[in-house]
Design a protein. Structure first.
Length: 218
């Protein structure tokens, strides 16, 4: 059986999230789940000639600059124009710092569904509630507690919220899904560091999200 090829794109221009440490954590549990994983920090992998080799992008990066050609390659790949350079749709799974990346790319943030505004100091344990237990990504996943960096987001719906956290009397969305052209997009604000990426609830959600953006679950 051919394993789906995943491009796990990382790097953090601010230095807060060390991909040399965190990339191997992502690779480990994704390979264990049955995927073939390529780790990269080269944004030219988003060009159509390179992106077409992959079934989905797992994006754990806070990169400052995205060229027009890189932006076009990524977004057209997710849209999945069957007459385009990639053809089929490429799935997209954004994690945590994905909401901080490419500050000047409005199109990227509208594809993702949000932009990070700020966060309270890390160290507090939060309760995360499952919004949609029947959704394929969330099946079997119960409400859980996690010490994480809680992103407070400027959001760009429509999307379908799968997970949320109560913060100062408000429901803060923590994971969602949405269509983008012919493609599927998932984003979660969770996943600050190695302990969060190593959490079994987090890993179960991410592997489910990858299968969902690949349209291999229903």
């Amino acid at each position: 059986m051919v394993k789906p090829e995943l491009l796990v794109m990382g790097g953090d221009d601010t230095g807060y999230h060390d991909f040399k440490v965190l990339g191997p954590v992502l690779r480990s549990f994704l390979e264990e789940a049955g995927f073939s994983v390529t780790l990269s920090e080269d944004l030219n992998m988003f060009l159509s000639k390179n992106l077409k080799a992959f079934a989905a992008v797992v994006f754990y990066a806070n990169r400052t600059t995205l060229s027009k050609k890189q932006e076009q390659g990524l977004l057209r790949g997710i849209i999945g124009d069957p007459w385009g350079a990639v053809g089929r749709a490429v799935g997209f799974v954004g994690i945590h710092i994905a909401a901080c990346a490419f500050g000047r790319s409005t199109a990227y943030h509208h594809m993702l569904g949000c932009r990070m505004l700020t966060h309270p100091p890390i160290g507090e344990q939060f309760e995360f509630k499952v919004n949609k237990p029947p959704h394929p990504i969330m099946k079997g996943l119960q409400d859980f507690s996690l010490v994480d960096e809680l992103y407070l987001l400027e959001v760009y719906p429509p999307w379908e919220a799968l997970l949320h956290c109560e913060f100062r009397g408000f429901q803060c969305p923590a994971a969602w899904v949405k269509p983008y052209g012919m493609g599927r997009v998932f984003y979660t604000s969770l996943g600050h560091g190695a302990s969060q990426l190593g959490n079994t609830h987090f890993q179960r959600m991410i592997t489910g999200a990858v299968r969902w953006v690949l349209d291999t679950v229903s």
